[in-house]
Design a protein around this ligand. Structure first.
Ligand code: FUB
Length: 455
């Protein structure tokens, strides 16, 4: 038996019904609508952006987080869901709290540094997952914590000379010099002095005289070292410091993102990709969202000429699309710019599929380059129920109908078949909506789709 759709999804459906019909194309922030996500950690690898997040459980009243999630994109608006490649259960010595981590690649292996609560001590510790693929699965690299001092939020950075550093901490700020194996360190655990010159001045909290709170994100650009962090509490804002070396001395440089967005925490990750700079953060923007039900979002920005970072404001529009999506190659159904009602799950044949689809749910795929025209749509579907219809619409969920594919029952939610239908009017670059219609209950699952060109 499949579980009923979550309260979260029901709220999202309700919002979609109120806001979406006949309106303009929806904004694309937050990035993920199928679950609550938090603590973004982007990674650029082989021309693709991988986005690692935490997962706030529906209805949380604390940071109730059991697993991490992974997504990827080449255009910053259509994100492919890779599910959960690592969870608290990956670490046999951990008991809870899949909090903010970061993934780095070295010598073909991907290392995921994460804070979790250690079973034996009950304290926060930093574990390391490892995989040969950016989408996992990840296994415990050590079988024990790499470091354990009760503090959180690891950020890892490999300098141009090959020396890697692991930073972490709340309320303090620590680092170790990682060895090239990325799972051991030399030189002991070092504490970065939290001076007001380095991290700004906080008033009203004698125990925390500087603005540094948590969530460091350390990187180098044009020879300057940046430490972007969550400042003050609560609510947090995002600030940064710079230094001439990875170990300081740090100079406070001011606010990047002011307190905004109905989550009392924020958490930043910054990358350069395809000539642009991108700032990832989280807020409480989805229906039911708040401090413990957060969502990851992204904005594009440009560094000032002197290397300083401009102030960035949360938007619902998000980053502009970087390129277009090719409908003539196979696209995973879980590649989504915006969705309403649907969820994702592991597909029996590997990867993910879209499921829990009900009448009126839809998926938006942004900037689909149809060129001179598409003739046929083909999709891989499964249904343990009676099936339904997949409407292909342009511009909005109620936009012009380009074609309809009928889906029959296949005898199982993972019993897949391929169906095709003719389409018309799909030329140029359009936002494509896959809209699901049919009777009551769950209709069918979708694994992938692809168009064929006219002529
Ligand atoms: O997500 C749990 C904690 O909330 C993170 O570790 C912090 O950075 C804050 O975002």
């Amino acid at each position: 038996m499949r579980t009923p759709k979550s309260l979260f999804t029901a709220l999202l459906c309700a919002l979609a019904l109120i806001v979406v019909p006949a309106g303009p194309a929806r904004a694309d922030n937050p990035i993920v609508q199928t679950v609550y996500t938090a603590d973004p950690a982007p990674l650029v690898h082989n021309g693709r952006v991988y986005l690692y997040t935490g997962h706030d459980e529906d209805g949380s009243t604390w940071f109730t987080m059991k697993e991490w999630r992974a997504y990827s994109s080449t255009d910053m608006v259509n994100w492919t869901d890779h599910g959960s490649p690592m969870s608290v259960a990956t670490f046999s010595w951990a008991k809870a709290d899949a909090w903010a981590g970061q993934v780095v690649e070295r010598n073909g292996k991907f290392y995921w540094y994460v804070p979790v609560t250690a079973r034996a001590s009950g304290r926060m510790a930093i574990g390391v997952g490892v995989s040969t693929s950016p989408t996992g699965p990840f296994t415990d690299a050590l079988g024990r914590p790499l470091v354990e001092n009760g503090e959180i939020d690891p950020s890892v950075f490999i300098d141009t000379d090959g020396q890697a550093y692991l930073y972490w901490g709340n309320p303090n700020l620590w680092y170790v010099r990682l060895n090239t194996d990325m799972i051991s360190y030399t030189g002991g655990v070092n504490q970065i002095p939290l001076t007001t010159a380095g991290f700004g001045t906080r008033t009203g909290d004698a125990n925390r005289p500087t603005l540094y709170e948590e969530g460091p994100w350390v990187y180098k650009r044009n020879g300057l070292y940046y430490n972007v962090f969550a400042a003050k509490c609560c609510s947090e804002f995002i600030a940064y410091s710079t230094a001439p070396s990875p170990t300081g001395p740090w100079t406070y440089r001011g606010t990047i993102m002011p307190t905004q967005g109905s989550s009392f925490t924020n958490h930043a990750g910054i990358i350069d990709y395809n000539g642009g700079s991108y700032f990832f953060y989280h807020n409480g923007a989805l229906p039911g969202g708040g401090g413990f039900t957060r969502s990851v979002a992204v904005e594009k920005f440009t560094y000032n000429a002197d290397g300083s970072i401009p102030q960035i404001t949360m938007t619902t529009a998000g980053a502009p699309q970087n390129g277009t999506l090719d409908p003539y190659t196979r696209q995973e159904a879980e590649t989504i710019a915006w969705s309403s009602g649907v969820e994702t799950e592991r597909a029996s044949g590997g990867g993910m599929n879209v499921g829990f689809v009900e009448n009126g749910d839809y998926i938006k795929v942004k900037g689909v380059a149809f060129g001179s025209g598409a003739a046929t749509f083909t999709t891989r579907v499964a249904s343990a129920a009676a099936g339904g219809r997949m409407e292909l619409r342009v511009g909005s969920p109620t936009g012009t109908l380009a074609g309809t594919c009928g889906v029959s029952g296949t005898g199982g939610w993972q019993t897949w078949t391929t169906v095709s239908c003719p389409v018309g009017g799909l030329t140029g670059t359009q936002d494509l909506y896959l809209r699901f219609t049919g009777g009551s209950g769950y209709l069918f699952n979708v694994d992938w789709w692809q168009f064929a060109r006219a002529g």
